[in-house]
Design a protein around this ligand. Structure first.
Ligand SMILES: Cc1cc2nc3c(=O)[nH]c(=O)nc-3n(C[C@H](O)[C@H](O)[C@H](O)COP(=O)(O)OP(=O)(O)OC[C@H]3O[C@@H](n4cnc5c(N)ncnc54)[C@H](O)[C@@H]3O)c2cc1C
Length: 460
């Protein structure tokens, strides 16, 4: 006797939703994805992919404008063709969404282009269609948080999702918010040629990140000419024709041509029927889930930004896959947030994995720490790189690698060595005995490991 195919309904076609759909189809389920805005989700169409594409151009600008230092007879300062830049970004995002759509179609996954909502635990309403399912995954993402008194108009006062509709480069950009998104865009636009003021309500930029890394980035920003206003909270943003004014809570005013608001995200769950289905949300409205993506209602799972767990595409995708493995009876381990590798795509990039300096300083984790500056690395010298470091954490008893922070160009690529070491429970000694190419930036990873081997208790 063949068992009936499990029916899976997925609300949202971002990484949380489409990656789950691929796993469920692979396991033989009958899968329907309901998505209102396009497969790939905000990740592909408005957030991660467009921002990283913009940053690729800004990195190229930085290199071009340093070319004289590298011995190239420069033809003057490079400038941006904004229309071409934004066209490239939106084309690229749409192409990636199309690739995902083709992949989903190839797996015989049904896609309904509509706003969907839960009608009850096993029923999803998508436009005029009703879908019955054995399990439902909610992966509806999140929206930019809007401050009262700072309403985006899509022209001069902007969320990051509105940047790519501009026809020009902001001449004088004010970025409100110095978290990851604010820091990435502030750095990118500075490199592209905008004058940039970054308004941070905290003591420093990137307040949640490794302090050494954040201080380095703030120093780089200031050296390159960015105005960073610390301990400055924006209270209102207004526009008068071509000028925007940000009023701070101490009465000071900052004027610019454009203002980009990066003050966090709110869950995109309104109208999703969570109340009717009895799905619990936390005080900020994010869907409560356990480490196998179960919500408070049996048969209803949630993944990605709408859970507020860790707002990364890789985490959304893993939460979605785990939900499917769990509901379809595969063996599955809980989500391991301590193993997530993440990068802030500033220049230089900040990549992290495993334990943090903050946890070590707070005594939550016992670890030896070593910070190896990048400016002693021969490859860095050849490329004229001075800003950056490799920091490793190891267990004092065993020498096992517990994590690390890398601040360097393409740190997002370099961190893999530390992730592998951590995942495989390698010791500093084992990492140090691994060949790195000479000359290479990854040589600093093995050098840091070598130095950790040399540590004696007296030097800790
Ligand atoms: C500027 C920026 C840069 C980022 N860069 C990175 C990065 O470099 N690396 C990284 O890992 N992460 C990055 N992120 C985070 C990443 O984009 C998110 O974590 C990821 O998009 C979450 O995926 P998701 O599937 O939860 O939601 P989304 O990608 O938001 O997808 C949700 C989908 O659900 C649809 N939807 C919503 N409600 C409904 C409904 N009721 N019915 C039907 N469909 C619905 C939406 O239209 C959307 O298509 C970045 C975020 C931002 C803001």
């Amino acid at each position: 006797m063949t068992l009936p195919r499990q029916r899976i309904a997925i609300l949202g076609g971002g990484p949380g939703g489409y990656e789950a759909a691929l796993v469920a189809a692979q396991l033989g389920a009958d899968v329907t994805v309901v998505d209102s805005d396009g497969l790939g989700g905000a990740c592909v169409l408005t957030d991660c992919v467009p921002s990283k594409s913009l940053i690729e151009t800004s990195n190229a600008m930085t290199l071009l404008n340093r070319s004289a230092d590298l011995g190239i007879a420069s033809g003057g300062l490079a400038t941006v063709n904004a229309a071409r830049l934004y066209e490239r970004i939106t084309d690229l995002a749409r192409a990636q969404s199309r690739d995902i759509t083709a992949r989903i179609a190839a797996e015989n996954i049904k896609v309904i282009n509509a706003h969907g909502r839960l009608k009850g635990p096993g029923t999803v309403q998508a436009g005029d269609q009703e879908i019955k399912a054995d399990a439902v995954l909610v992966a509806t993402g999140a929206l930019p948080r809007v401050l009262p008194g700072a309403q985006p108009d899509g022209e001069r006062i902007l969320t990051w999702r509105q940047l790519y509709d501009l026809t020009e480069l902001p001449r004088d950009l004010i970025v409100v918010g110095s978290g990851v998104t604010g820091a990435e865009f502030a750095g990118a636009y500075l490199a592209l040629g905008s004058r940039v003021t970054l308004i941070s309500s905290r003591d420093r930029v990137l307040p949640q990140e490794d302090e050494d890394a954040a201080n380095l980035i703030e120093d780089v920003f200031r050296r390159r000419g960015m105005t960073v206003l610390s301990r400055s909270r924006a209270q209102a943003v207004t526009r008068d024709r071509d000028t925007v004014t940000v009023t701070l809570d101490d009465g000071r005013q900052v004027h610019g041509s454009h203002c980009l608001m990066t003050v966090g995200m709110i869950p995109r769950t309104e109208g999703c029927g969570l109340d009717q289905a009895g799905v619990k949300v936390d005080a900020r409205g994010f869907i409560e889930v356990d480490r196998v993506s179960r919500t408070s209602v049996p048969g209803v799972y949630a993944a990605g930004d709408c859970t507020g767990v860790l707002m990364l595409a890789s985490v959304a995708a893993m939460q979605g896959r785990i939900a499917m493995w769990h509901t379809l009876g595969e063996s599955v381990g809980p989500l391991r947030l301590g193993h997530v590798a993440a990068t802030i795509f500033t220049d230089p990039e900040i990549a992290t994995v495993g334990v943090s300096q903050r946890a070590v300083a707070a005594g939550e984790v016992q670890a030896r720490t070593l910070k190896q500056p990048l400016d002693t690395n021969p490859r860095a010298k050849m490329a004229g790189l001075v800003d950056g470091f490799v920091k490793l954490f190891t267990s004092p008893g065993t020498g096992v690698v517990l994590g690390g922070v890398i601040v360097a160009p393409r740190a997002s690529e370099l961190i893999l060595a530390v992730s592998v070491a951590m995942e495989q429970r390698l010791t500093a000694e084992e990492l140090a005995h691994t060949f790195a190419v000479y000359p290479s930036l990854s040589g600093s990873v093995t050098e840091a490991a070598r130095k950790l081997m040399e540590f004696t208790p007296d030097t800790l």
